[in-house]
Design a protein around this ligand. Structure first.
Ligand SMILES: *[C@@H]1O[C@H](CO)[C@@H](O)[C@H](O)[C@H]1NC(C)=O
Ligand SMILES: *[C@@H]1O[C@H](CO)[C@@H](O)[C@H](O)[C@H]1NC(C)=O
Ligand SMILES: *[C@@H]1O[C@H](CO)[C@@H](O)[C@H](O)[C@H]1NC(C)=O
Ligand SMILES: *[C@@H]1O[C@H](CO)[C@@H](O)[C@H](O)[C@H]1NC(C)=O
Length: 399
């Protein structure tokens, strides 16, 4: 029966190539996310047209790749960090890729922890020089009268939650590495977190109260979106809060255990963690794009913010920063993580995974109202979300 034989052969060939595809998918989601980003050349210091770009989301990916390298010992991850950083720093240490210090924007500074890491690893002067450039920027960075860094020079007096992740993880690591006894710097770092917290905390009595943090504030109360009483923006946007919480758990690893400001950071984190747990959608376990408007038409479950929360909550508990006596914080994070892997991870035929449901941007550049946030498109494989999923997976896989 030659016909049947060839049918069987064809079937088994199909089956074996299917098995090859499946076995190409690592059992670790952290590795799968990282390998997929690398295969797609994401986060390598170049934009889609191949030009150098100093990009915070590349810094975010590198933060995850570094942990993955430390966990697996696989040099592929380390080498990818080096390649990405080399694409934006010349041999003499000059940071290029559209970086201009005089714009005083916090976003590019998020690549700084990569330079500090590579300096620790290699002691090559170029990485120290590159890091010094960002520290020089922070030294001259414009601030509010209370001392908060402006998000960018072109947004006078505005503090955005995002900026805490962009600027202060670097600020803390730089201080630890080169000025560990500079108390002015440690006090300033804690102050960046606490000023942001005080000025954006949603107050009891607000409609749809969660007790979480609005996206940002304008100390001068003049921005179109600034509330007349405190100057905060109108909505709680999930990713902004995600950046802030990731920065908290990362900086708590860096700040000296004896620092007088450290209890303030712990206090903020332990206040926000149970509120965040309670703000999750009870059915799916994940979080709305606009947390202040749960279930409203046009709102949706957003994947980058949700992944950032899982990272921050699981890491916070693992490190003992968040007390979780009844296990409810970890349970909430696990529930959210399971939703992510079953709804937002897509297996591709080439063995990579794709990541869905990440909103492209959220800015306080316009009127920052509900219609604005829900009108921003979602982007497949957006690195801000994919890198957050890598970070969340690293924590989940430590459970
Ligand atoms: C390291 O990771 C790469 C994928 O990123 C993989 O191709 C390679 O097999 C891994 N190496 C080892 C020794 O596991
Ligand atoms: C650093 O190197 C770049 C590229 O070679 C060059 O354009 C720049 O002038 C150099 N900067 C300094 C300060 O030497
Ligand atoms: C200490 O930190 C402050 C704030 O970052 C900085 O302005 C100052 O130059 C630092 N002092 C030294 C000696 O490095
Ligand atoms: C409260 O939430 C509901 C449901 O999402 C929404 O329709 C309403 O606009 C929200 N109120 C405010 C003041 O945000």
């Amino acid at each position: 029966m030659p016909g049947l034989m060839s049918w069987t052969t064809a079937t088994s060939l199909l089956l074996s190539s299917w098995i090859t595809i499946c076995s190409a998918r690592p059992s670790s989601y952290a590795e799968w996310a990282a390998d997929s980003a690398i295969r797609r050349k994401q986060g390598n210091g170049l934009d889609t047209s191949g030009s150098a770009i100093v990009s915070y989301e590349h810094g975010e990916l590198q933060w995850g790749l570094r942990q993955l390298y430390e966990k697996t010992g696989n040099k592929t991850y380390y080498n990818y960090i080096v390649t990405g950083a080399n694409n934006i720093v010349y041999d003499n240490g000059t940071v290029h890729g559209s970086y201009t210090i005089s714009e005083y924007t916090l976003d590019p500074v998020r690549t700084g922890p990569t330079f500090l890491y590579l300096y620790q690893q290699t002691k090559q002067q170029k990485w120290k020089t590159a890091a010094d450039t960002f520290k020089t920027q922070l030294n001259g960075h414009p601030r509010t009268a209370q001392g908060q860094f402006w998000h960018k020079k072109r947004y006078p007096n505005q503090g955005w939650l995002d900026g805490i992740y962009m600027g202060d993880v670097f600020y803390a690591q730089y201080t630890k590495d080169f000025q560990a006894s500079n108390q002015t710097a440690w006090t300033d770092i804690v102050s960046q977190f606490s000023l942001m917290y005080q000025n954006t905390l949603q107050q009891p009595g607000a409609a749809n109260y969660t007790g979480l943090l609005y996206h940002g504030y304008d100390y001068s109360h003049t921005a179109i979106w600034a509330s007349s009483d405190r100057g905060h923006s109108p909505e709680i946007w999930d990713r902004a809060l995600g950046w802030y919480l990731m920065a908290l758990v990362d900086v708590l690893d860096i700040i000296p255990p004896s620092d007088a400001g450290r209890p303030k950071l712990l206090d903020i984190l332990t206040t926000l963690a149970p509120r965040l747990r309670d703000a999750a959608d009870p059915s799916s376990g994940v979080w709305w794009l606009v947390i202040t408007q749960p279930g409203r038409a046009g709102n949706y479950f957003e994947s980058s913010g949700s992944a950032m929360y899982v990272y921050a909550l699981l890491k916070g508990v693992r490190q003992g920063y968040i007390l979780d006596p009844d296990g409810s914080v970890v349970a909430a994070a696990k529930k959210a993580y399971q939703y992510m892997t079953s709804h937002w991870v897509v297996a591709n035929a080439d063995g990579t995974m794709s990541w869905t449901n990440t909103v492209q941007v959220g800015s306080l550049d316009g009127n920052a109202d509900y219609a604005y946030y829900i009108g921003v498109p979602q982007v497949l494989n957006d690195l801000k979300g994919l890198a957050a999923f890598l970070l969340a997976s690293l924590e989940y896989e430590k459970l």
